[in-house]
Design a protein around this ligand. Sequence first.
Ligand code: NAD
Length: 469
Amino acid sequence: MTDPETDDRTVHPSVLSAAVDSRRLFAVQTQPLKTRASDALRKLEMAVRNHERELIDVLWKDLRKPELEAFVSEISVLYQEIQKLRKCARRFFRPVRHRTPMSFFWSGSRVRHEPYGAVLVIAPWNYPVQLSLVPVAGAIAAGNSVVLKPSELTPHVAALLETIAREAFPDGLLRVVTGDHREAEALLRQKFDYIFYTGNTKVGRIVMEAAARHLTPLTLELGGKSPAIVTRNADLDIAAQRIAWGKCFNAGQTCVAPDYVLVERTVHDTFLRKYQKALARMYGANPEQSSDYSRIVNDRHFNRISGLIDRTEGTVWNDVRNPGTRFVAPMVVIDVGWNDALMSEEIFGPVLPILKYDDVPEVFEVLCRRPKPLALYVFSKQRRESEGILQRVPSGGGCINDVVIHVASSELPFGGVGDSGFGRYRGVHSLRTFTYERAIVNHRIRPELRFRYAPYKGKLKIVRRLVGQ
Ligand code: NAD
């Protein structure tokens, strides 16, 4: 992290008290948690609905996101999440009664779900609405106050999120701090009660170090290279079509996009042909003309992806790039080896390296030595085969015979494992993430058994007999 001495000067003073302000707001809330959840979710939903059209417009401005993709992956996901949270919150805050040990005589035991307090959400640029507001919805539904730091790479979205937050929560219960890494670092120096970070692994480490300084619990939603495995028992038409869709959605800038494909040698050529055909069906002969195809977010990422393509030792198909518009065509690279540049980092672009393998154990061997991915995709018509692969190759989540769609469900917990992060969210899993379990024993005032108090003389034997040890 940068030196606070030089860094704070550029940060607005109000940012430096964000955690304290947010905690103060948390502390003055008096409504019961259930009411607080439904109230906050209603306000958030209304403000988002009021600005739905503008959200789609700013997503186009910042990312050239096609309207359908913007609606499906950013807005509709959020509405579904809010609905699910509303439903879950009705039951979630009911205290759960537990059995009480005999030795507690006449007591009642229960667990309350308590919000942490002030939550800091740091969000990335690739799905800047969804990845900001879905965790925010979970955190406020759980009863917390929230400071959201959206990505500086999507500034129009960030500005609109600020407007939405102000409109929905004039009291500042949700506050948006715009800015770059300096604002993020200034926020991280403060003591929040929970941190929820989504972004790259390198910054994830910085966030975790900062959290450790205040002993703040956190969730890290990170990235990595998510493989798709296509066995000879796969339906190749389906595999090619679905992988092509997942790879090119948002021009490959999706944390759970299939990063590369491992194809069994005997079906490699057929898969490749079908993949190329699937691309042509979706984006025509010239994807640069297609209004359904996004652009790379900025020059730095364009140059990074270009560098990976230039350094590959594989054979590149459809290498069309336009630095002026940051267009990268949906490309396929064949004859790629494990040491290839394209295999050295998450690609985060529409370039698909295809690696061949001869037998499944060979795949286990290599994948088990690599960092655990955020997602794993297995294409096979044989259930036993796909279950066997799932059992041997760990990942945060994944699909059998599809890609990406597990993220779209508010029923399923979403998150990584190992290098792809830790912690889960969505629906009830968000409520669990943003609360802690508080165990309470309610003991009657009378009768008062004085046995437990000193002097202890002669009591140990009786205690042993009572607890049976
Ligand atoms: P980014 O550059 O927008 O950074 C994310 C956030 O971190 C931003 O708000 C940024 O201001 C902040 N940040 C940057 N430097 C910081 C610092 N030094 N200290 C504190 N905060 C800092 O986004 P990105 O990291 O390029 O996002 C892409 C990555 O995120 C990919 O690796 C992708 O796989 C991963 N990702 C993961 C998920 C998931 O749910 N697991 C979702 C989306 C993206």
